[in-house]
Design a protein around this ligand. Structure first.
Ligand code: BGC
Length: 807
């Protein structure tokens, strides 16, 4: 590939920069072209060595071996986690024992079919083709299904109950359409890179918050009878060169063992503990070995350390070898035969892959199907193309109510001067900005509101209200309640007046009688590309222009991740700002309920908003390398997001965990106690008992509660509201100078609603894992000796109570 086409493969193709609809796109096209030119110029200064690598022969990979230790053979699962798994395994083994090698090879790969992925069937044994379907926030590409808020929005609720109900409602929709396996939820990417293209599909870059969400959503999906697939295992932290291409191998995420466990594996542990039946391995290389053939990640961590009972499926076309991937622990390849099919049968017949291994693959695929009792009475698969006329299969139930609730609960108020919000019976509102209403043109890809991989590629904003983002995690809302529509409904009810301009970058002087001006902007992202900015200039100019003419300017940001706001946040006329996330189909209703005070905001930022992009340092951008074997060194170890800001003393604009309410809360009466159980206080031993067998999710003692913390939260304001109490710990590090973050989230509670003056006790249970570090020598979670510092507060920097516990 020549140099220029290489660049256009990396950056937006010129035709995508052309005006695409009415509205502001003229200006958008202009600055995008400018950006493209900047990018081209920047790229032109890429060192010759990198550029020269495009046409050369692939270099030898031998020097790259050895960074991911080999772990063989692949563990054979047997259902020891619980009686329920054991029963599923007995049944699965009985079925597999009657299968030929060819039948087993047929169910371990994808086939054409109605779903995003379909396995082969074994009709004579009653084993059907299983249906796999995207995505993490709704059934993409179908009609009469709901568009739920995205993962990152759910995380902003800091509410485990809402996370569970989200998973359950999602699961009910997948179940109703006869889908066996839902391709979600997401904790990889975790969100290491501020501009990462898929961070919004996952929950938070804090592993504890991400884990709480991943666990609760998995439980919800599986309680509905559908197999959940936490993805992408592991370290798919950027989109740039996530896959093999003519440029060379996929990028390698090179991470140390401790950060691997304490950040990236951590959230998956929660999902496994909740019974996740499938795990999707990721595209890129991890410590030089492709994730779907990485024996350390699959055989080692997932199947040995974490006792995984289910099956590992490849990301779509993510398989990179036949025998090697089978022996490294991959169980199912999607969406086609990949390197398997007849080749796998042959490999078994000639001994390259053992019979035990293929038996284990097939057993692992059937066991979760039986664990969730899908073998009898499962609804028929009803998946249609939108060109097909069919009777509606409506699975929406009353999920719109939950979607609206989560939409509001995940909306984060970050600025509110002199009680601008909630509105007090406004008579006249002006609204501005492309994000206030739906796009004027039809969806570019009828299967995705937010666009597919091929449309909107490289865009930084969507010319319409953003409720989800792009790629396989996008959704197909049955309708979209835009902010404009919901505000119109409200204003009409109040017999008020509403005026708008969704087009101009510099709207005229607002009407003299307006009470407030609302400006709607967004920040778009999508699978297959990383973002090129955290704040586009068009939107920033729009906000400043409105603020320059309107003394009460309220900014609403719908964003697929971090959006910096420093260009205008301190403008005296910007009186209120809401981070409204990616709220799903009821967007306008959720927002209006917060604006008018029907819902008192309690959303909290699941990431840090820096004052300037450079504050994210090397973790702002994905690693851009043109080497054949591209490398991404995770040299920051544990220090991502607030852990890095705390270490480096960087003051963020809005810290992790921050969010305002229309009322105020006080925190008091901190109480910390250790749970020493057993005659010798075994509960506090340094390591979990090696004599106790591992079950799915890890050593069972990792989940034992070793300390309890509680405090009292009181509503000290004059309005009913909800507080999110957050617990942070500081791990003892002085004695041996352990390099460890100042503080890390290890508990949260959404407390309320509390009426004025009302108090409630928030109780936090700290499990062994939550107080442990990964000991790279012992290869085990180690409970440290010494004094743990404990903080409870309203954000990662608003720490109201401090205590300690000594082990
Ligand atoms: C994505 C997965 C998705 C799959 C099937 C891949 O490109 O990375 O997350 O589930 O496609 O659509």
């Amino acid at each position: 590939m020549d140099y220029l086409s290489q660049l256009f493969d990396l950056f937006p193709a010129p035709h995508r920069l052309l005006p695409q609809s009415t509205g502001f796109v003229g200006q958008f096209a202009f600055f995008s072209i400018k950006d493209a030119i900047t990018i081209l110029c920047a790229a032109a200064s890429i060192p010759k060595a990198g550029v020269g690598s495009f046409n050369r022969e692939p270099p030898s990979e031998v020097p790259f071996y050895g960074r991911s230790p080999p772990v063989y053979p692949s563990p054979i699962a047997n259902g020891t986690t619980s009686d329920r798994w054991a029963a599923a395994y007995e049944h699965a083994r009985a079925l597999v024992s009657r299968m030929t090698v060819e039948e087993m090879a047929n169910i371990t790969h994808g086939w054409p079919g109605p779903c995003v992925g379909n396995t082969g069937a074994v009709p004579r044994l009653g084993v059907p083709s299983l249906c796999f379907y995207d995505g993490p926030d709704g059934l993409r590409g179908q009609e009469f299904v709901s568009a739920f808020p995205a993962g990152i929005h759910v995380a902003a609720t800091f509410d485990k109950d809402l996370m569970y109900r989200y998973g359950r409602a999602l699961g009910d929709e997948f179940h109703g359409r006869g889908i066996n396996i839902a391709l979600g939820p997401v904790a990889g990417p975790l969100g290491r890179i501020a501009r990462g293209g898929r961070n919004w599909e996952g929950l938070s870059n804090d592993p504890y918050l991400a884990g709480a969400g991943l666990g609760a959503i998995t439980r919800g999906i599986q309680d509905a009878g559908v197999i959940a697939t936490p993805k992408h295992w592991l370290l798919n932290e950027q989109e740039f060169r996530r896959r093999w291409s003519s440029d060379g191998d996929a990028i390698s995420s090179n991470v140390d063992d401790r950060a691997l466990h304490e950040l990236y594996v951590f959230p998956f542990m929660d999902a496994l503990r909740e019974g996740a039946g499938a795990i999707m391995c990721s595209y890129q290389r991890a410590n030089h070995s492709y994730a779907c053939q990485n024996s350390k990640l699959l055989n080692g961590i997932l199947k040995t350390e974490l006792g995984f009972e289910g099956f590992v499926l490849s990301d779509w076309d993510g398989q990179m070898s036949g025998v090697a991937s089978a022996n490294a622990g991959l169980d199912l390849v999607m969406p086609g035969a990949g390197f398997w099919g007849a080749n796998l049968s042959q490999a078994v017949h000639n001994g390259s892959v053992s019979e035990d291994r293929i038996n284990d693959m097939a057993t692992r695929i059937l066991a979760p199907w039986l664990y969730l009792h899908q073998e009898s009475g499962y609804p028929p698969t009803t998946i249609f193309s939108n060109e097909e006329k069919h009777a509606p299969v409506d699975v929406q139930a009353d999920h719109a109510v939950l979607i609206e609730e989560i939409g509001a609960a995940g909306t984060v108020l970050v600025k509110n001067v002199n009680g601008t919000l909630p509105f007090k019976n406004p008579r006249f509102l002006c609204i501005y900005g492309y994000d206030a209403t739906v796009k004027a043109v039809p969806w570019t890809n009828p299967d995705r509101y937010g666009g597919g991989y091929e449309v909107n590629w490289g865009w930084e904003i969507l010319n319409g209200t953003l409720i989800t983002a792009g790629g396989s995690g996008s959704t197909t809302p049955p309708y979209v309640i835009s902010p404009f529509q919901a505000l119109q409904e409200r204003v009409a009810k109040d017999r008020g007046v509403l005026r708008w301009d969704f087009y101009s970058e510099d709207p005229g002087t607002p009407y003299a009688n307006t009470d407030a001006c609302l400006v709607f902007i967004n920040a778009y992202a999508g699978e297959s590309f990383d973002r090129t900015t955290l704040a586009d200039e068009f939107s920033d100019r729009l906000v400043l222009n409105v603020a320059s003419k309107c003394s009460s300017t309220i900014v609403v940001v719908h964003s697929a991740g971090i959006r910096t706001v420093d260009t205008w946040i301190d403008h005296p006329n910007v009186t209120a700002v809401l981070f409204a996330g990616l709220p799903g189909q009821e967007s306008g209703h959720s927002l209006t309920s917060v604006l008018y005070g029907d819902v008192n905001p309690s959303g909290r930022l699941p990431y840090t908003v820096a004052k300037k992009e450079s504050d994210y340092g090397a973790l702002l951008n994905s690693t851009v390398s043109f080497d054949y074997f591209a490398e991404d060194e995770f040299t920051e170890g544990l220090y991502i997001d607030y852990r890095a800001f705390d270490r480096d003393g960087i003051v963020p604009r809005f810290e992790f965990g921050f969010g305002l309410s229309y009322t105020t809360f006080t925190f008091d009466a901190l109480f910390v106690s250790l749970m020493a159980t057993g005659a010798g206080g075994e509960n506090l031993a340094e390591f979990p008992n090696p004599g106790v067998p591992v079950v799915q999710g890890g050593h069972p003692e990792l989940w034992n509660v070793v300390a309890v913390v509680h405090c009292t939260i009181t509503n000290s304001g004059d309005r009913e509201g909800i507080e999110v109490a957050q617990l942070y710990i500081g791990i003892p590090s002085e004695e041996d100078q352990l390099d460890t973050p100042v503080r890390q989230l290890r508990g949260f509670h959404r407390v309320g609603p509390l009426g004025p003056g009302e108090a409630r006790v928030a109780i936090f249970e700290l499990a062994r894992r939550d107080l442990s570090v990964w000991d790279v020598v012992a290869q085990q979670w180690r409970l440290r000796r010494g004094e743990y510092r404990i903080w409870v507060g309203a954000s990662s920097r608003d720490l109201r109570l401090e205590g300690s516990l000594t082990i």
